[in-house]
Design a protein around this ligand. Sequence first.
Ligand code: HEM
Length: 423
Amino acid sequence: MLSTSPLLTIQVNGFLGLSHIVCTADPSNLEQVLRSKFSNYVKGFRFQSVLSELLGNGIFNVDGELWFTQRKIASHEFTTNSLKYFVSDTVQSQLSIRLIPYISSTCNNQEVIDIQDVLRRFTFDNICNVAFGVDPASLDSEDNDNTFLSSSFVDAFDNAVEISSSRLVSPLQLIWKIKRLLNIGSEKQLKEAVKIINDYAMKIIRSKEQSCGNKDEMEQEGKDSTSTALTWFFWLISGHSRCERLIYNELSAASPDKSSGIFSYDKLKELNYLHAALSESLRLFPPIPINSRLTLSDDTLSTGTYVGKGWFADYSAYAMGRMERLWGADCREFRPERWLDDNGVFQPCDPFKFPVFHCGPRMCLGKEMAYVQMKSIAAAIMYEFEVVAVDGGGLPERIASPPYVLSVVLKMKGGLPVRLKRR
Ligand code: HEM
């Protein structure tokens, strides 16, 4: 609907006209909502009530002073170069002691693995190492208390996200509120999942004998987005052998000792084609496909569209990434070259045209960290193995109707079963 609208903007009225949503895919409207009139468009009560059990009063879920203070504190952790080095060091050691040996053994046994699940557990372990200095070892196959607890945590977190997302899309908000009051069905499951999450977080905090502030919430958001982004990336790469070969050639040329695909932070920065391929994958499969803001007072968007007080102003990074008027006639093709200049150097694009990491004052704080992590993982795996999706992968003809689950995070339906082939 958005792509056929002349202004790339539509208005949808909710049940019995009780709510109004303006959904836009126009970059100049987005600039207005997310930057120039930032204080008029807030997360608001819908986000807060729906996600309160999961996110509490953390940075993702609040507005105004409460958000500003947390953003100021959190930004110190992300802007320093030392964090980037720390991340790359942590990721690298985890890759060599955990992920690559695990993948290697499944390759030797010719096993089919669900790489979506493997990446989800690995990025969780990674992030706990960086944030709290603990190693949950959720990817370990050995049965021990630690692994069991962390696996339950990862599963509980996924359940909680799914149930909270279903609240957001529920046509009648009253239904989930009644279920919560009666403690039945999905609301009962949510309560149980949140208890597992809180118990696990408290266990970590006690073991570190310090308060971790809102780090757990922040890191969890990051874990899910990064593992989801990588899952779609491997699916696309598996269906595009030409791009796969170009990434491998780039890795081979940059590999320092030809014996490992573990790259330093500086070497990762040189991997332009891989950076372009990841960005292209994010364009087609943004981990957070749709986002919403509540309008505080009447406004007119730059395309002339009226937005009333109390209306929702939404944008879909998923729809925008597939918009011919923004990306050209080949918008549904996976073509990493669109991100490169004539010398093969990566060229970032206007963030309001590519709002995958959001834009303006609330832009994702972990963007750089996410790219470093995704590049490290993709490079380490692809240098040694070819990832072969059992379903044939994201072939060009499958990009238009991909197997996704609609939730806050754009997950692959049923996971991504793959075989690893040693090079
Ligand atoms: C591919 C990976 C990632 C994607 C696509 C992504 C995307 C986003 C998006 C769309 C938002 C805006 C949410 C909203 O306000 O509605 C956001 C916010 C945020 N992200 Fe990420 N993210 C990623 C990875 C990470 C990582 C690894 C971290 C940190 C460990 C992180 C930390 C944050 C924080 C702290 C915010 C809140 C910013 C604020 O409200 O001021 N993200 N991210």
